[in-house]
Design a protein around this ligand. Structure first.
Ligand code: SAM
Length: 264
């Protein structure tokens, strides 16, 4: 039986007390995701699993006709509250699941889904739905956390060493390389590519940031003088662009693949 908490909020996932590496990662992931959707005056952009709506609001601020689709009533309520005191055109909020999006085929110029795919119980169905509601020349942009990042690999290797050689427990109670309990999928580059290829013609897969969550990394970034920390996180981001397989987040862009089953 599917049990869903439609009142959940994001207090468990929104980072509190941002360190320079977290701030950089979340800013850059958001910027790249929004940029790749190419929002602009008159374009229709759908934000799937829009959460508290900050990205839909940013899309609207760039002139797009933004629609935030989100199943949680509490999240949608928070999004409406955040939007209330903002100037300018605001998104439309729609309650809806990713695997049955309540829109006609080819309704949108672009569709984004950021930091949410691993929460979906039928992610391939969700990608197929995003492809269905996006125009043939439009773009679907998926941003996912990479659980085979450099940070995850280093964390796992250190824990294996501690356990197998030193006979000690893991460094941290919640091991960053394990998917959290509210995730259905533990994404890595090959898996998101395999799932996306069924409904999308992949145009690019970009790596964002590197080292986030590596043991000690955040602590050092917070201790360094800010300019030094900024250089460090930017340098790691450059490495992520060259080696997206080791990056913290992957942003995939694809065009809808039309087939007999999903054509309009
Ligand atoms: C970590 S939040 C990300 C929200 C937003 N995209 C962001 O970047 O801040 C994950 C969101 O996925 C939503 N969600 C979970 N399962 C879903 C599903 N099957 N279909 C649509 N949304 C879902 C949750 O309600 C939550 O708002």
């Amino acid at each position: 039986m599917r049990v869903v908490d439609l009142d959940r909020d994001m207090s468990d996932v929104i980072p509190t007390g941002l360190t320079p590496d977290s701030e950089f990662l979340f800013d850059r992931m958001t910027r790249v995701t929004l940029d790749r959707a190419r929002p602009g005056p008159g374009t229709w952009v759908l934000d799937v699993a829009s959460g508290v709506g900050q990205d839909s609001i940013a899309l609207a601020a760039r002139g797009a006709r933004a629609v935030g689709a989100e199943p949680s009533g509490r999240m949608t309520g928070m999004a409406q509250m955040f939007a209330a005191d903002k100037p300018g055109p605001m998104p439309e909020w729609v309650r809806g699941w990713s695997d049955t999006l309540p829109f006609s085929p080819e309704s949108f110029d672009a569709c984004i889904c950021k930091g949410a795919m691993d929460h979906f119980d039928t992610p391939e169905r969700a990608i197929a739905e995003m492809a269905r509601v996006t125009k043939p020349e439009g773009r679907v942009v998926l941003a996912i956390a990479n659980f085979e990042s450099l940070a995850c690999r280093v964390g796992r290797a250190l824990d294996d060493f501690r356990q197998d050689v030193l006979g000690l427990g893991p460094l941290r109670e919640r091991r960053g390389y394990d998917a959290p309990s509210d995730h259905f999928t533990r994404y890595e580059p090959d898996l998101i590519r395999e799932q996306a290829e069924k409904s999308l013609i992949i145009e690019s897969m970009e790596g964002i940031s590197m080292g986030w969550g590596m043991p000690g990394w955040s602590k050092w970034m917070a201790r360094f003088p800010r300019p030094v920390a900024d250089v460090a996180v930017r340098s790691m981001d450059q490495l992520a662009r060259h080696w997206p397989g080791l990056s913290d987040v992957i942003v995939l862009v694809g065009r809808p693949r039309r087939s007999a089953s999903n054509s309009a």
